[in-house]
Design a protein around this ligand. Structure first.
Ligand code: SF4
Length: 329
């Protein structure tokens, strides 16, 4: 699927959530004009061909909280592409407390297919401490309504927010699964320069969890969601989000290949399980010191890990002299 992103930074946001600076993350400062939107869509359609599904995505702000005329201007600007068969549908992201039946009917009329809600946490104490301005119940109500109107539901979540713990983030995932989203995004909280969270961090009121602990947590979350057939479409901010360590990121568990670290962590758990089973079943306790694992070809790099880290860890944990990870088709 090709997604054509149109950023509407902070458009409609009733206030600043403590961690957010959409202008920095999206690299856009003002909502786009109709001409700018058309130019973006035309450029994508000109350059990138051969996609079976094309979606235009309004990201960055709280779409349904912006004035209705502006929402309709955005949607009417892109609707001709759908009528002409060049684009299949529209997706947008918004806040849970700006969803109602009338708004959803209007979105439906304008070919919106997917609505992503910024749930962030399902723990009310965390939502309060993060300045979100809505409750977990708001998210649950909005999610139910979105599904009832027949939209594809996406839920965006964050780990490590102020007031959150490893356990509360696992709890959030359980509650999110109950809301039956088709897709989920997981963003570990990072401290972005000049946000309120930055002030909290400087004053020692907020301390972000380590990268290692966040990778462990996100691996658990990923397994939870996957086991319940919820597709995780994004894990962590990417360097293409226009931010970088030492630049706009002041602190926090940021890594340019965060998603791969999580996949490697999950792969390591599988390798360790194979090693335990092999040890339990071998007559001589694997005296040769050689461990061989056959893994799916496409996931080979996840199993090996960045800088061979899973191989090194297996040797350390199980005392192997040699670890062979063989790809199979
Ligand atoms: S509602 Fe979303 S875009 Fe608006 S300030 Fe909060 S996190 Fe940022």
């Amino acid at each position: 699927m090709l997604i054509i992103p149109i950023f509407v930074p902070h458009a409609g946001c009733p206030h600043d959530c403590c961690f957010c600076d959409q202008k920095k993350i999206s690299g856009h400062k003002e909502p786009p004009s109709a001409e700018e939107i058309k130019k973006t869509v035309d450029t994508y359609l000109d350059i990138i061909k051969n996609y079976s599904v094309v979606q235009i995505a309004f990201f960055g702000g709280s779409f349904t909280a912006i004035p209705r005329e502006m929402q309709e201007m955005f949607l009417k600007t892109v609707n001709p592409y759908i009528k002409d068969g060049l684009v299949d549908s529209i997706r947008l992201s918004t806040r849970p407390d700006y969803i109602d039946g009338e708004t959803l009917s209007m979105l439906k009329e304008h070919s919106v297919k997917t609505i992503e809600l910024g749930a962030q946490s399902m723990d009310d104490d965390v939502l309060l401490a993060s300045g979100r301005g809505h409750t977990a119940a708001d998210t649950a109500c909005a999610a139910d309504l979105i599904r009832a109107y027949g939209f594809e539901l996406g839920l965006q979540t964050m780990t490590g927010l102020p007031g959150a713990s490893y356990e509360s983030d696992l709890y959030t995932a359980d509650r999110i699964i109950e809301l039956k989203p088709q897709i989920v995004r997981i963003y570990p909280t990072v401290v972005i320069r000049d946000t309120f969270l930055h002030k909290m961090y400087d004053k020692g009121i907020y301390k972000p969890p380590s990268l290692e602990k966040t990778v462990d947590l996100c691996a658990e979350l990923m397994v939870k969601y996957t086991n319940k057939n919820v597709k995780v479409i994004r894990m962590g901010l990417q360097s293409s989000d226009g931010i970088s360590i030492g630049g706009d990121i002041v602190a926090g568990p940021y890594h340019p290949a965060f998603g791969q670290l999580v996949k490697s962590r999950i792969a390591y758990d599988k390798l360790a399980k194979m090693a335990e089973i092999e040890r339990a079943n071998s007559v001589d306790g694997n005296e040769s010191g050689v461990f061989t694992a056959s893994v799916p070809y496409k996931e080979l790099s996840d199993y090996i890990g960045q800088k061979n880290q899973n191989v090194i860890k297996l040797k350390e944990q199980f005392g192997y002299e040699k670890v062979i990870i063989k790809p199979i088709n």
